[in-house]
Write a protein that binds this ligand. Structure first.
Ligand code: BGP
Length: 466
């Protein structure tokens, strides 16, 4: 097991507004793209989630007591602008001032994202990120937050552009549930990159005393065997989910090699990408202005070449072995012997984190300082009794192995300065509901009581080594 943390390491827990706050109708909050969708689906409710809207003082205090010096939170766009634009909702503004104050008073530095999968319903109905006007609305919302929340010194624009676009338009497990709509998936990525870049350029021009970046989840893609066809499949899928976004963010340009791969995918799927005059200049200007990079890592994928029809099955229940993913002309996800998986079929592969950190440092030096902004294990934690600490040993193993990978990369010169576990407390998972738990603290969703897990105690022991 990892014995000690580096001095001054950022040691945090992560949350996202819609997954923890609950109170989806409180104090003038507007609907997100999820509210009506979840209701119609009838599987689970986003209320009260972890009731963080009311219980944040308790959670922040727990974070502090268990040695965390940082927390990731997101601002719910629709608490500030219920429709996504217009007049700010003062009750929402007041809530976030109180939250940030509580964090700062407890020595738990807030790292704040502006968009974490919770697009305003009004804007979602107008095309969400596929509508270029959405970019203007986002930048206006960002500008308001930058100027209003001066106490925030660490910003992230958007969380996981690829997960949003892939889940909305390829895998179909987020609204509007399109399957293999390749045009929308690539266009949403480009438009979100533009929104990010414009927000960064604006933030820098305001000369505020703080830092800004964005968050990508990266999934290293390995060919299942080293045949030329499998290697090419891996390169294609890597371009689609990692490289296009990394190039756009840190080169401010899609390299020729990246575009060759992307164009091959587009051509095979009768899809297209619209890049307008001036777009690339905006990306270019932002590429060197990011202060840091938030890297989320959960898993790697193993790919084999595939030319059959696209199709997928999403495992949103935790029934092991129920997922599949085949992308026409790109590749098919296959299991790799010897690589364990979670109940939701996510590969547990810490070496992937080491590999991706080394790659980022080498190929994208503009990423500057890296923080692991999410990593953790979805697990069916078992509550025994109120006086018994919840035993989540597999989570400790998972985090420990990934921390070891991080520290190894750091030893070899990669500038990683922090780690946020996903998640601080158990919370609502978008397409999985409530049985996929990630927290250091167990939440009884009926009573909203918090209980300590073994992983929280272990987190504290490590914090004490700093
Ligand atoms: C990331 C998201 C989080 C979180 C996490 C775990 O993609 O940024 O919001 O949910 O993954 O994913 P899931 O809840 O699907 O298990």
């Amino acid at each position: 097991r990892v014995k000690a943390l580096p001095k001054n390491f950022v040691w945090g827990g992560a949350t996202a507004a819609y997954q923890v706050e609950g109170a989806t109708k409180a104090d003038g909050k507007g609907k997100t793209m999820w509210d009506d969708y979840l209701k119609a689906q009838g599987r689970f409710s986003p209320d009260p989630a972890s009731d963080f809207y009311h219980r944040y003082p308790e959670d922040v205090k727990l974070a502090h007591e268990y040695g965390l010096n940082a927390i990731r939170v997101s601002i719910a766009w629709t608490r500030i602008f219920p429709k996504g634009y217009g007049e700010p909702n003062q009750a929402g503004v007041a809530y976030y001032h109180k939250l940030f104050k509580t964090c700062i008073e407890n020595g738990v530095t807030p790292y704040v994202s502006l968009h974490h999968f919770d697009s305003p319903k009004t804007l979602f109905d107008q095309g969400d990120w596929l509508n270029r006007k959405n970019i203007d609305y986002f930048v206006a919302y960002a500008e308001f937050c930058f100027k209003e929340f001066k106490e925030v010194k660490n910003w992230f624009t958007i969380n996981e552009l690829i997960s949003l676009s892939l889940s909305q338009y390829i895998a179909g497990n987020f609204p509007p549930n399109h399957h293999f709509d390749v045009t929308s998936a690539i266009q949403a990525q480009h438009n979100e990159l533009l929104a990010h870049a414009r927000a960064v350029n604006l933030y820098k021009s305001l000369h505020l005393n703080g830092r800004i970046g964005l968050i990508h989840v990266l999934q290293p893609i390995y060919p299942i065997t080293q045949t030329p066809a499998n290697k090419h499949a891996a390169a294609l899928y890597d371009a689609f989910i990692n490289r296009f976004l990394l190039d756009g963010t840190f080169l401010g340009d899609y390299s020729d090699e990246t575009m060759d791969l992307i164009n091959e995918i587009l051509q095979k799927n009768n899809a297209k990408l619209d890049i307008q005059a001036g777009d690339m200049a905006i990306l270019k200007q932002a590429a060197t202005q990011n202060d840091y990079f938030g890297l989320n890592y959960y898993q790697s994928q193993f790919i084999q070449a595939y030319d059959g029809p696209s199709g997928n099955q999403f495992n949103g229940t935790g029934d092991k072995g129920s997922s599949s993913f085949s992308f026409h002309g790109v590749g098919q996800v296959v299991p790799k012997a010897g690589v364990p998986t979670t109940d939701w079929d996510w590969n547990i592969y810490p070496k992937g984190l080491y590999d991706i950190l080394k790659r980022i440092a080498k190929e994208y030096p503009n990423s500057k300082t890296i923080y692991i902004t999410e990593n953790g294990l979805g697990y069916k934690d078992q509550f025994v009794s109120a006086d018994q600490v919840i035993d989540d040993e597999p989570r400790i193993d998972y985090i420990d192995q990934h921390l070891a990978a991080l520290l190894q990369a750091r030893k070899e010169g990669v500038n990683v300065q922090g780690y946020f576990v996903w998640s601080l407390q158990d919370q609502f998972s978008w397409a999985n509901g409530y049985n996929k738990r990630y927290g250091l603290f167990y939440v009884d969703f009926d009573t909203q009581k918090r209980y300590v897990k073994k992983s929280a105690q272990w987190f504290k022991e490590l914090a004490d080594t700093m």
